[in-house]
Ligand binder design. Structure first.
Ligand code: ASP
Ligand code: MG
Length: 417
């Protein structure tokens, strides 16, 4: 069994879908399961729609119309005016039309998941129809009956036992007949509501299927040649890694490398399933192989930049030394708001915490008032360097105001303005 994941960039238009089919044709003897994301920037557009609907803004219908038009345009390009897939798209749209007519449910995260999830439902309908049109037998699978999660909307927690049981029951036989096309990013609750697994979560979906099915490999098809040492949009002279260890990939994604979703690697490591990151534009090139490799020589350091960071410093109200009790209160409040800490530093009187800005930060700030005095800076950048040399670090931060620095033998982290 092979598992492929095609991200939004690979299916952003009709040409992308045609290219996907050309890649898949090479593996059409199967068994093959394909996980697909929403087309292009659809998830962002649906996020905007969801916010507009929650706030009962005027442009709700206009925003939804744009999503509809974009999908019909691609479908018409691929299939002409008449094709059964048009009804499938229409049915998906109608359900949302009904929802938008009603008063918003009081949990915004619940609304988000019911709405934003249609991006993947639509893209997979189109991809599946096109594969069949191109003579590649495939069938559409509703992932919400397979990836079972709790009801933490926007960040569904996977019930691995239940998920693997149904996947192992159905998929092997199913994939003997056909290539299987399914949605990334989505899950389903025991009450049959839709959940999502967190932005860019389709990689994780692929990894879950691969793990449950003990697949030979997972291939993520991307708009870059593989895993690079830095984001080519930010740095010139990037180098591609031919191979990486599971641990290095886990570290890189933990520090914010967006090339692979952070939750993807661990299940593959546990089952020793290799992960290939390859270019959908140059599918014959080898890309990067993440597997069980001991020694990798790092010609250049890995550079990871995270924007939109907050650096918060807290001191105890009574000016007492920072104790384990303070730390526990503080991290408890972070956990309750689901804000993940990127860097933490403690001195005698201060705890400094760096994290991604989010609307929940302001709630956290209020809750901290009881025990702590607070100061913070927003709009900062967190730069992480792995396998760094002092000169690259100095170059990177020259001319910038460094607000916090943390160094270990392998990793340097600096928060800069
Ligand atoms: N479509 C979702 C997103 O853009 C999931 C994914 O692409 O992996 O976040
Ligand atoms: Mg995406």
């Amino acid at each position: 069994m092979q598992v492929f994941k095609f991200g939004g960039a690979s299916v952003k238009d009709a040409a992308g879908v045609i290219n996907l089919a050309a890649i898949v044709r090479q593996y059409a003897n199967g068994p093959l399961l394909i996980v697909v994301s929403a087309m292009g920037k659809t998830t962002n557009a649906l996020e905007a729609l969801s916010n507009a609907y929650i706030n009962q803004a005027d442009d709700v219908h206009e925003l939804f119309q744009q999503v509809k038009d974009a999908h019909y345009r691609i479908a018409h390009e691929l299939f002409g005016e008449q094709h059964p897939v048009m009804d499938e798209l229409e049915n998906t749209f109608v359900e949302i039309d009904w929802m938008l007519e009603d008063e918003p449910h009081d949990d915004p995260d619940f609304i988000y998941d019911q709405l934003v999830s249609i991006g993947e439902l639509l893209s997979t309908r189109i991809v599946n129809a096109y594969l069949n049109e191109a003579g590649i037998k495939s069938s559409w699978l509703d992932v919400r009956s397979y990836i079972h999660t709790d009801n933490t909307y926007r960040e569904g927690v996977v019930d691995w036992d239940k998920t693997c049981t149904v996947i192992q029951q159905d998929i092997p036989a199913f994939s003997q007949q056909n290539i299987v096309v399914t949605q990334g990013f989505l899950g389903g609750t025991s009450e049959n509501f839709t959940t999502t697994l967190g932005r860019e979560g389709s990689d994780y979906t692929a990894s879950i299927f691969a793990s449950c099915l003990q697949a030979e490999a997972v291939t993520i098809w991307k708009d870059v040649p593989g895993v690079l040492n830095a984001d080519p949009k930010l740095f010139a002279d990037t180098v591609k890694f031919d191979e990486l260890s599971y641990n290095e990939a886990i570290e890189m994604t933990y520090y914010g490398a967006t090339v692979i979703h952070p939750k993807t690697i661990k299940p593959l490591l546990d089952k020793q399933i290799p992960l290939l990151v390859k270019s959908f534009a140059y599918p014959q090139e080898m890309g990067t192989r993440v597997h069980d490799v001991k020694q990798v020589h790092y010609q250049k350091p890995v550079i990871i930049v995270k924007n939109n960071q907050v650096l918060l410093s807290v001191t105890a109200k009574n000016h007492s030394f920072i104790s384990e009790q303070h730390l526990s209160t503080l991290t408890g409040l972070f956990a309750a708001q689901r804000i993940k800490i990127n860097v933490l530093q403690i001195s005698a009187l201060t705890i400094s915490v760096c994290f991604d800005d989010s609307p929940r930060f302001k709630i956290l700030l209020q809750q901290l008032q009881a025990d702590f005095s607070t100061r913070y800076n927003e709009q900062l950048q967190l730069i992480t360097l792995r396998h760094y040399q002092q000169d690259t670090l100095s170059q990177l931060i020259s001319g910038k105001a460094v607000l916090l620095e943390q160094l270990s033998r392998s990793t340097a982290q600096v928060v800069v303005k």
